[in-house]
Design a protein around this ligand. Structure first.
Ligand SMILES: Cc1cc2nc3c(=O)[nH]c(=O)nc-3n(C[C@H](O)[C@H](O)[C@H](O)COP(=O)(O)OP(=O)(O)OC[C@H]3O[C@@H](n4cnc5c(N)ncnc54)[C@H](O)[C@@H]3O)c2cc1C
Length: 498
């Protein structure tokens, strides 16, 4: 089947009738429910774009010859790597980087399974075959995915096997002829019930040991599999129009707790089973983390570009762009943007064919960028908040402007340097919604945490960084000074100085 359209995505979701709950109730139809319909419409737009710009978004499937999404394309040359990223950028141009889990994110992981499937066959060749077939199935059916990597936050000081209730986290209950029965909880599935299937994978940063083998799994199942439930958090889409809630009304993708109640995972959907060692290497050894980082940095660039535009328009609109500290804050955002672009450029132009035959970007550049961005994004959001000041609270709604008595007063009262009140408030509502509404503050939280705990990621970065050349440089410098150590200091170890 060729790449899908928006309508096909919606029809499939309706038919699937995934088991989604919100506010204590089961959702009848996610495509029309107020909590989900904005995100569903935006996802549909992304799928429609595949046919509006087929030359940018589609390529010929290596197996069926159908036109399928380029976000599934395993690149073999630098040109293909860039082409794939340009398709990602097209989607990010629609979401402005505000929908972290647009399909390109997990398609990047699926894509690596097409080539690196052998990794999953380390303990059982069936799992390698499963991974290869799944990558093909997802590509040919344009499957949209959610995923869950982490165990519930019960007691982070203990491994899963040593928790006071060791059955809370998702674990294997039984294996039978049909497959594996799993039970327990996983966190945190963004988009969850508005996608077709779920990927259960190990976390990239939590290194479990053999005792946690029953919790060490990777598989994919349809979201309407019996026993699988999504318990969604309350929606940050206030159900308003695009003036009042310009981005939340379109890109609020939702997050959910995933509850498995004795769910059967068929054998052909298992990629890793009870093997913490294979789990620990899955993202790094297959280079999935590199290709996912490639997508993420492209998304980050789209996000900062849009944020910079909003900040610049905001400065213009109230005449603060000439002040020194205001310019400096604009510069901070520009530097962040140019930094991210440089990382992307280095990653692409230093790309090499990996052992699986995929053209893989330079991880050194992407790893630095993905570790840096969670640290800098909160500052970028803060700049918008600081420069907007009271203007981010003086934000009348569309209905206020439409009111015969209030509209003219507000249009005059809220005017800016070169704009009328209505236009200025539209811009300021956008700035508020990107950074301060519940949707906006989730954006900051998302950027900080979605790729893993930045503290643990930072520790891993430090440990893996090649520090020796820099230390050697200093040693060489100090030695080159030819300084004679005073004799008095040459005391044998352990003796007492008098
Ligand atoms: C908006 C949002 C969307 C998300 N979407 C998804 C998704 O779609 N799929 C998915 O799988 N996950 C998703 N996540 C989860 C994300 O992967 C985790 O938030 C991240 O891995 C951190 O894990 P945690 O939240 O369990 O924090 P914890 O590990 O519980 O950490 C909490 C705090 O304790 C500290 N801490 C915990 N353990 C240690 C330790 N051993 N050493 C030092 N400090 C420690 C941390 O530094 C942190 O400050 C999402 C998260 C957010 C916020």
């Amino acid at each position: 089947m060729p790449a899908k359209t928006g309508q096909q995505y919606i029809d499939k979701l309706k038919k699937a009738n995934n088991n989604v709950y919100i506010h204590g109730e089961r959702v009848e139809d996610v495509t029309t429910h107020p909590a989900f319909k904005g995100a569903v419409q935006s996802m549909a737009k992304l799928y429609d774009l595949q046919y509006e710009k087929p030359e940018k978004m589609l390529y010929t499937s290596p197996t069926t010859g159908d036109k399928v999404s380029k976000t599934f394309m395993a690149p073999e040359t630098i040109e293909e790597l860039i082409e794939r990223r340009e398709a990602i950028m097209e989607w990010q141009g629609i979401t402005k980087g505000l929908m972290g889990r647009s399909p390109d994110y997990l398609n990047s992981e699926v894509m690596t399974m097409e080539k690196a499937y052998d990794y999953y066959g380390k303990s059982n060749s069936l799992f390698a075959e499963n991974a290869k077939k799944y990558a093909e199935y997802a590509r040919e059916n344009d499957i949209s995915l959610t995923h869950t990597l982490i165990h519930p936050q019960v007691n982070r000081a203990k491994i899963q096997a040593e928790q006071k209730d060791a059955n809370v986290a998702l674990h294997v209950v039984e294996k039978n002829d049909d497959g594996v029965i799993v039970d327990g909880i996983r966190l945190l599935a963004t988009q969850a019930g508005i996608t077709d299937e779920i990927f259960v994978f190990p976390s990239t940063v939590v290194k479990s040991g053999a005792k946690d083998d029953p919790y060490s799994l990777a598989f994919a199942i349809a979201n309407n599999t019996p026993g699988l439930r999504y318990l969604s958090r309350e929606s940050f889409d206030y159900g308003k129009n695009n003036f009042d809630h310009p981005v939340g009304s379109q890109f609020e993708e939702g997050d959910a707790i995933v509850a498995f109640d004795n769910v059967l995972v068929p054998w052909d959907r298992i990629f890793i089973l009870e093997d913490s060692e294979i789990c620990n290497g899955a993202f790094a050894e297959t280079n999935a983390v590199v290709h996912m980082s490639h997508q993420v940095i492209a998304k980050d660039i789209a996000k900062v570009e849009f944020l910079l535009g909003v900040v610049l328009k905001l400065m213009d609109s109230i005449g603060i762009d000439g002040f020194q500290h205001v310019k400096d804050k604009g510069t901070e955002i520009m530097l962040a943007l140019e930094n991210m672009k440089s990382h992307l450029y280095k990653a692409e132009y230093n790309a090499k064919i990996d052992r699986w035959g995929m053209m893989t970007p330079d991880f050194e550049a992407l790893n630095a960028a993905r570790n840096w961005f969670p640290r800098v994004y909160p500052r970028l959001a803060e700049i918008l908040r600081v420069l907007g000041a009271s203007g981010l609270m003086g934000i009348p709604t569309y209905d206020d402007f439409a009111n015969k008595e209030l509209g003219p007063i507000l249009n005059r009262a809220m005017q800016g340097k070169n704009v009328e009140g209505f236009e200025r408030v539209q811009l300021f509502r956008l700035a508020w919604d990107m950074t301060m509404s519940s949707f906006g503050s989730r954006q900051t939280h998302y950027e900080y945490y979605f790729f893993g705990d930045p503290v643990k990621m930072g520790m891993a970065y430090f440990d893996n960084y090649d520090k020796e050349p820099y230390k050697a440089m200093v040693d060489e410098f100090l030695e080159s000074q030819n300084i004679k150590k005073p004799k008095i200091l040459s005391v044998p170890t352990g003796s007492v100085l008098k």
